[in-house]
Design a protein around this ligand. Structure first.
Ligand SMILES: [Fe+2]
Length: 280
C-alpha cells in the first residue's frame, strides 16, 4: 500500500495512511512526512503498535530528541520520553491524592526556553473509552486573518515567556517557591517566521507569559487578551480523538494545543520532544 496524506476536514491536520512504523523509514517516506508536517502542522498515524524504543527511533528520523525538562514525569528508563497520564502524574500522594490533568489550556511546548522544541510526538499506550481529546489551533491562519492594522501592530513585538509567568493559570501543577524563583525565561518574537516554510504565525503561550517587552502591564494584557480571543475560535481548530496506538506529531511553531480533562479512566501517552532552533 502506498503512502497517502489525507487532510482532515478541519483548518489543519492530516492523517498519514499506509504506513507501518515497525518497518524502516526510507528517505522518500521521511521526506513525504516532513512535507506533510510543514503543510498540515499536525499529523496522525493510526494503529502503530510499536515499542518505546521504536518510537524513539522513528522520532529520531525527524529531529534530535530532547531531554524532558520536568524529570518527575520522565520514563524510568530514559529522560527522552515523558509519561502523560493523570494517574501517574499525580504529585500529591496520601489521602488528598487525585489525578493531575496537564496542559488543559492552549499552549505551545517549552516556549520559556531560548530555543523551544520544534515538535512534539505522542504515542497512545492506553486511552479512555471516550473523552481526553487533544485540541489544536492553526496559528498561521490566525495571523493571516488579522486586519492589516493588527498585523502592523504585532509585527516586530517581542514577548516575555516564563514558566511561572504572571499570566499563568493557577489551576495547573503546583510549583514550589524554588521552582517559581528559578523559572526559565526567554524572549521571542510575537510573530514567528517559520524557518522551513517562511510562513508567519502568532507565537505566544497564553499561560506562560509575562507580557510584551517594553509595554506596560495594562497595554500588554489588553493586546494579549485580544489575541487570545481572536485565536480561540472553532474555525481554527482540529480536535484529535485518540485511539490506542495512535501516533501524533505537531509543529510547536505553527500550532497551539490543549488537552482535555473530561474523563476518569486510565490514560497513558508517551511524549517525545524534538529540538528546535532559535526563533527569527
Ligand atoms: Fe503540551
Amino acid at each position: 500500500m502506498s503512502l497517502e496524506v489525507r487532510a482532515f476536514d478541519a483548518p489543519l491536520g492530516a492523517e498519514i495512511i499506509g504506513l507501518d512504523l515497525n518497518d524502516p523509514l526510507g528517505p522518500e517516506t521521511v521526506e513525504t512526512i516532513n512535507q506533510a508536517f510543514f503543510d498540515h502542522h499536525v499529523l496522525a498515524i493510526r494503529d502503530q503498535d510499536i515499542s518505546m524504543d521504536r518510537f524513539m527511533d522513528v522520532a529520531g528520523c525527524f529531529g534530535t530528541l530532547q531531554s524532558q525538562h520536568v524529570k518527575h514525569y520522565a520514563h524510568p528508563n530514559t529522560d527522552k520520553v515523558s509519561m502523560i497520564s493523570p494517574q501517574l502524574n499525580d504529585d500529591r500522594s496520601g489521602p488528598n491524592a487525585k489525578p493531575l490533568y496537564r496542559g488543559i489550556t492552549f499552549h505551545t511546548d517549552h516556549s520559556y526556553f531560548p530555543v523551544p522544541c520544534k515538535a512534539t510526538l505522542l504515542h497512545a499506550k492506553q486511552t479512555p473509552s471516550k473523552g481526553g481529546d487533544t485540541r489544536f489551533l492553526n496559528m498561521h491562519t490566525v495571523y493571516d486573518d488579522l486586519t492589516e492594522e493588527m498585523k502592523n501592530k504585532v509585527d516586530g513585538l517581542n514577548c516575555l515567556h516564563r514558566l511561572a509567568g504572571s499570566r499563568r493559570n493557577k489551576t495547573g501543577r503546583v510549583m514550589s517557591d524554588e521552582e517559581i524563583q528559578n523559572s526559565p525565561t526567554a524572549v521571542h518574537p510575537l510573530v514567528w517566521v517559520h524557518e522551513d516554510t517562511g510562513r508567519k504565525a502568532i507565537y505566544f503561550n497564553p499561560n506562560r507569559m509575562d507580557g510584551i517587552e517594553g509595554w506596560s502591564d495594562e497595554d500588554s494584557d489588553a493586546l494579549l487578551d485580544e489575541l487570545e480571543a481572536l485565536s480561540f475560535q472553532a474555525r481554527y481548530e482540529y480536535r484529535h480523538k485518540w485511539k490506542p496506538h495512535d501516533v501524533v506529531i505537531w509543529d510547536n511553531r505553527s500550532v497551539l494545543h490543549a488537552a482535555t480533562d473530561d474523563y476518569d479512566e486510565p490514560r497513558l501517552l508517551h511524549r517525545i520532544l524534538l529540538e528546535g532552533t532559535k526563533p527569527s
